[in-house]
Design a protein around this ligand. Structure first.
Ligand code: NAG
Ligand code: NAG
Ligand code: NAG
Length: 803
């Protein structure tokens, strides 16, 4: 075989395969023995056929091959380097450089024999690139340019396949079809995939037959048995061992293995089944609705959602009496009472109960697959209290019914088999006034006291029935007694009418002066109907009454010329009657005043006497009011007196006023250094203020307090005198500020500072004072009014204020 190969340095060389095997893999040529026409002659081989074409003479050792993992004891021979300039006369020396030169690879400098000193691992480093040069042995001059070559390691199968994981876990639904893919496992072999079969892997299953199989070339694990054999309820967990073998699975290949834990997941392939075919329960007859009778259990081999089930009652004689629900936690059926039970009526029930899955899987179990069982419920007898015929009674009685009248009756019986006799009583809490009574033996209710509908229209009482033999067994029933109306009240005027008649009605004029209505406390079924008329004894000369037919009546004057001076009030008696039986009537008297009126009939002036009755106050009340006013006055006077006394109190007690005034006086007193004087907080809290007075130590007095230095008269021209005044004032300020006994609200300081910015004139009063003597403090007179005001407030004398 002749192959054209372009070598690294751009030379096309013809290669001939002479012997041995080779393979082409990827982009580089590998062969055990390749021959190139440049190597001439090939030792021990005269048969090589070569072409006449030659491009270049030179090194011809582009590639050497070396077996990895060499186990021999001597150095492994790789090949021989030869330059065609070497004529075998010993003048040429071969020099090796590059990866591993001198350590891994050694060269015989004379012969060019190349050896590897130790065994090498292809998986560690697949090839080494080296450089060789032929030099003159004597002078070391290179005979030819350096040439690169490669020593390539031949792969041997020295690595076993390794799986990505030591243990795999996988799930597959139970009852899957044959060949359902479960998981893919993959192994890797470090050996050369390009060469030989060292990395050619074949998967096989060594444990897990016959349930699973593995695809030999892909490592995909599949189920190997049919749905009927892959039943989770039979066996849930499987351990499968997969082997990977290199050398294409041939004998002598290396193997690696892994474990795959496969779990079958649940599908709903089992219907629920009752654990018993007959369930027997008993329940007391007094069990309330919702009370649990018992629990039934069905088993389902599936788990989780696939085991969820519903229970239903399908047939039997208690379908409307009982109910069944499912306990979501335990999947049990809970039988409960739906309707009241009665042992005396029915002593036992038989029911058919059914169970089915909530989420059936039609692939495995029919959707209507269900299981049934029989439930028998025995009702237990309970000693029950008497039972009233009705849950409540409404009785009616006329309000005029005589005492002793039977109003009605209630009735109760003992539901138990022995029918104990019943005794009736009235719950006295519901009939405190003992208006009613019940016959203990037959339940007749009697009236004990007269009734009045207008007072109380309903009497709602409770009647208690107790078993005669067992008085603990009681029950009660409400009895609503309605009092029926009887016409026992006469109609009366609806209001107290304030009626008047004007003096100046024109003659001949019949004037309506009032419309009246009536009220009646009775409540006739058809409503009220009132009749009005003038009382027969009432003289008809002055007023008349006209029934308007609509339960109202009008009062008219019959004549004119009413005079206040003659007669100030008239009394008119009106008879009002109703239509009921027995008829009731009353006579009411209207008071009609005579008044002077304006022209349009508005009342102007009436007799005072008539008014005083309704609006006046009794003398007793008047006296009481007067007394109250007097006491109030007394309190006010006392209060004022106390207040006055308070004002006179010494300075330290009326702190609040002081503080307020001082603050408003713009307290510049101590100057800026006197921080405590500015401490409004101290002023607001008297205790703190007193304490700060004691601690006050801003400026210590440097001069005795009294007497102050004599003052000379200050004139406008004299700057020296001004200075004196200033000195004096400053001194005083210091004294005052430094004085531990000084009050914190020193208003004098304000004055002193005024001097600071002033030219002498403004201190005129001070000046005049100073001329009279050192002890004279009339310089304060300008400020006198203010201090007097303060003194007034503090209750002291102006002279007390030594400042
Ligand atoms: C109950 O007994 C009383 C007294 O004997 C009698 O007057 C009344 O009519 C009886 N009531 C009934 C409902 O029998
Ligand atoms: C008594 O019962 C009647 C009917 O239920 C009701 O209308 C009435 O208000 C009740 N009276 C009292 C005082 O509870
Ligand atoms: C009717 O008025 C006259 C004149 O004012 C008077 O004398 C007489 O008493 C009055 N009749 C009645 C019943 O008030």
């Amino acid at each position: 075989l002749k192959i054209d190969v372009e070598t690294g340095n751009g030379v096309i060389a013809d290669y001939y395969v002479v012997a041995g095997c080779f393979c082409l893999s990827g982009f580089h040529l590998e062969g055990s023995v390749l021959w190139n026409d440049a190597i001439l002659p090939m030792p021990n081989d005269e048969t090589v056929h070569h072409t006449p074409r030659r491009f270049k003479r030179g090194w011809m050792w582009k590639q050497f091959f070396l077996q990895e993992e060499y186990t021999g004891t001597d150095n492994q021979y790789i090949g021989k380097l030869h330059s065609d300039l070497d004529r075998g006369d010993g003048t040429v020396m071969y020099v090796l450089t590059g990866e591993g030169a001198g350590t891994i690879f050694v060269i015989d400098a004379n012969s060019g024999d190349l050896h590897a000193t130790r065994s090498l691992d292809r998986e560690e480093k697949p090839y080494y690139s080296l450089r060789a040069q032929a030099v003159n042995k004597k002078n070391g001059i290179p005979l030819e340019p350096e040439t690169e070559f490669i020593v390539k390691l031949h792969d041997i199968n020295d690595n076993e396949p390794k799986f990505e994981k030591e243990v795999y876990t996988a799930n597959v639904p139970e009852r899957s079809h044959v060949g359902t893919s479960v998981i893919q496992v993959t192994a890797h072999d470090a050996d050369d995939e390009m060469f030989g079969l060292s990395a050619k892997l074949v998967y096989s299953i060594s444990q897990g037959h016959p349930y699973f199989s593995v695809e030999s070339n892909t490592g995909i694990i599949r189920t190997a048995l049919g749905p009927s054999d892959m039943d989770r309820e039979q066996r849930e967990h499987y351990q499968v061992v997969i082997e990977a073998k290199d050398m294409g699975g041939q004998r002598g290949g290396l193997t690696g293995s892994t474990t795959v834990n496969i779990t079958l997941t649940d599908v709903n392939d089992n219907p629920p089944q009752f654990s018993q075919s007959i369930y027997q329960f008993s329940i007391p007859e007094l069990a309330k609705a919702g009370e649990v009778v018992g629990r039934v259990r069905a088993v389902d081999a599936d788990i989780g959602r696939n085991a969820e089930m519903v229970f239903t009652l399908t047939s039997g004689d208690g379908l409307d009496v009982f109910d069944v629900t499912t306990d979501r936690n335990t999947q049990e059926g809970i039988l409960t009472v739906k309707k009241p039970l009665d042992y005396e009526k029915k002593k036992s029930y038989t029911l058919q109960i059914q169970v089915r899955n909530t989420h059936p899987d039609p692939r495995f179990v029919s959707v209507d697959s269900k299981d049934s069982a029989t439930v028998r419920v025995n009702v237990e007898d309970v000693d029950e209290p008497p039972r009233f015929e009705r849950s409540s009674y409404i009785l009616e009685v006329k309000e005029d019914a005589a005492v002793g009248t039977a109003i009605g009756s209630v009735s109760a019986v003992d539901p138990d088999a022995r029918r104990s006799p019943v005794k009736y009583t009235i719950d006295r809490h519901t009939d405190v006034d003992r208006i009613f009574n019940v016959h203990a033996g037959n339940g007749s209710i009697f009236l004990q006291k007269p009734l009045d509908r207008e007072n109380l229209a309903w009497h709602n009482i409770s009647v208690i029935a107790a078993e005669f033999n067992d008085p603990q067994q009681t029950s009660r029933v409400p009895v609503y007694i309605r009092v029926l109306d009887v016409n026992d009240n006469a109609p009366t005027l609806a209001y107290l009418y304030d009626t008047f008649v004007c003096e100046n009605y024109k003659s001949g004029q019949v004037k309506k002066i009032q419309t009246i209505t009536a009220v009646d406390r009775d409540e006739p079924k058809d409503g009220h109907r009132f009749f009005f008329s003038l009382a027969p004894e009432s003289p008809r000369a002055n007023f008349s009454v006209r029934d308007n037919g609509d339960n109202t009546a009008s009062i008219f004057t019959r004549r004119t010329g009413f005079r206040r001076s003659q007669k100030s009030t008239y009394l008119v008696s009106v008879v009002i009657s109703d239509r009921d039986i027995p008829m009731q009537s009353s006579t009411s008297t209207l008071t009609i005043r005579v008044c002077t009126c304006t022209r349009d009939g508005t009342m102007e002036l009436c007799n005072a006497e008539a008014l005083s009755g309704s609006a006046g106050l009794s003398t007793g009340a008047l006296v009481a009011i007067l007394l109250c006013v007097l006491i109030l006055l007394l309190i006010v006077v006392l209060f004022a007196a106390l207040k006055r006394q308070k004002k006179k109190e010494p300075l330290i007690i009326s702190k609040e006023d002081v503080r307020d005034n001082v603050v408003s006086y713009n307290d510049e007193g101590g100057g800026e250094e006197d921080t405590q004087a500015f401490d409004i907080g101290a002023l607001r809290h008297p205790e703190a203020m007193e304490e700060s007075n004691k601690l006050r130590r801003d400026i210590l007095p440097s001069e005795p307090l009294y007497p102050p230095p004599p003052l000379r008269r200050a004139t406008a021209a004299s700057a020296r005198d001004n200075a004196d005044v200033r000195d004096f004032i400053n001194q005083r300020v210091q004294e005052h500020d430094g004085s531990p006994t000084a009050p914190p609200y020193d208003s004098l300081a304000t004055y002193a500072y005024e001097g600071n910015g002033s030219v002498a004139e403004s201190l005129s009063s001070l000046g005049s004072a100073s001329s009279e003597g050192a002890q004279d403090y009339n310089y304060l007179s300008e400020w006198g009014p203010r201090f007097r005001k303060l003194a007034d407030m503090y209750g002291g004398e102006e002279s007390d204020w030594d400042c």
